[in-house]
Write a protein that binds this ligand. Sequence first.
Ligand SMILES: NC(=O)c1ccc[n+]([C@@H]2O[C@H](COP(=O)([O-])OP(=O)(O)OC[C@H]3O[C@@H](n4cnc5c(N)ncnc54)[C@H](OP(=O)(O)O)[C@@H]3O)[C@@H](O)[C@H]2O)c1
Length: 278
Amino acid sequence: MILVTGASGTIGGHVVRLLADRGVPFRAMSRNPVDLPNAVRADFTDPVSLTAAVAGVDAVFLVTVPPVPSAEHDIALVDAATAAGVRKIVKLSAIGSGEPFEGATVGAWHVEAEEAIAASGLAWTVLRPPSFASNFLRYQAMIAEGDQIPNVFGTARQPIVDPRDVAAVAVATLLDSTHDGRRYDVTGPELLTFDDQAAVLERVLGRPVRTVDVGLRPQLEAAGMPAEAIAQVSLGTSWAGAGGAEYVTEHVNRILGRPPGTFEQWAIDHRAMFNRMR
Ligand SMILES: NC(=O)c1ccc[n+]([C@@H]2O[C@H](COP(=O)([O-])OP(=O)(O)OC[C@H]3O[C@@H](n4cnc5c(N)ncnc54)[C@H](OP(=O)(O)O)[C@@H]3O)[C@@H](O)[C@H]2O)c1
């Protein structure tokens, strides 16, 4: 039995679909599991609900998105999993975590969580992907309106990854103990700037996708994000914007036996989601 946390989210949603397709028993965790198969209602801030969610579970896919970056949610799950005799945790982390940059540590909260998992004595695999191709879905309405979409990465290139590949690697590492104790930077196949991605999308959609260079901080402030969260999110973005993530890895090839998907293929497969907004 596998517990999929973040099951209503981007990567967890794909993990649920892949496990269902393969006939692997799973539980899909959400605070509000309305449309999820095999759903369990649980919240990282509610230890009683976590105890119920991990009962009888062999492995956990761990996705945390705390409102202010902190390892608390991960540690709550680790505590419940340890008490329940879970064998393994596969944690979704992020590329660059642990890198020193501008006098601080990129993804410090992910690193703290990774260390807590390793210290628990449970088996683990850590996945550290770069920016997801699906982040462009945030701009559906702006693209439909012909508005300029905000580029916070400048001319830095990143190995944009298809979230379906991250999920497929997650499933492989949940089911195969040869990946225990490994950290994988799960990248896409090519390095792209934000403007490169916009150009690909423009070609696929057949209409203009215009970008404008902006600073991230004012955007986050306008969105009402707490100052502590802004500091951590900005650090990771600045690291990537300075070219920190300008590398590709062979992990998808090695683990899945096929190359990772391109941004163009992701755009083709999701064209309808952009067209629907018109
Ligand atoms: N986006 C990127 O480009 C990128 C790149 C690298 C790494 N990452 C990492 O990927 C992770 C995010 O993954 P994602 O994009 O798949 O997530 P997502 O789509 O943002 O979904 C977040 C999930 O977390 C669940 N959740 C939030 N608070 C919860 C709580 N208190 N208790 C239980 N569940 C809770 C939500 O479920 P309910 O609302 O249904 O409860 C939802 O399913 C982050 O850790 C991020 O650092 C992201």
